[in-house]
Design a protein. Structure first.
Length: 100
């Protein structure tokens, strides 16, 4: 999920792509996909920044795993921060980044 320019290339790899133009449309699409049988949903970091409540709701469930990826405008650091938070939540400590 994300802006068309960032995700369209994934269609060539056989992935289903869901272009969205704003956070409201993104929230509806994420909600719909999470209710279907998707195990992994890749979402651009730029879109994910506007979907915090929906992402929190997804984290409460085992599936789907929502993975933020950089878009055509580059890496915002959101994906790395989400991984850091998930590791801290799972093990109770920052074992990967050591507080950095």
């Amino acid at each position: 999920m994300g802006d068309r320019d960032s995700i369209y290339g994934f269609a060539a790899l056989g992935l289903e792509v869901f272009p969205v133009s704003n956070s409201e449309e993104g929230a509806k699409t994420l909600r719909r996909l999470s209710e279907q049988d998707y195990a992994v949903i890749y979402i651009t970091e730029a879109l994910a920044e506007g979907l915090a409540p929906e992402l929190d709701r997804c984290r409460e469930s085992l599936l789907p795993a929502v993975i933020p990826i950089p878009g055509v405008h580059g890496n915002t650091g959101l994906g790395l921060n989400m991984v850091k938070h998930s590791v801290e939540q799972a093990v109770g400590s920052d074992i990967i980044f050591n507080g950095n």
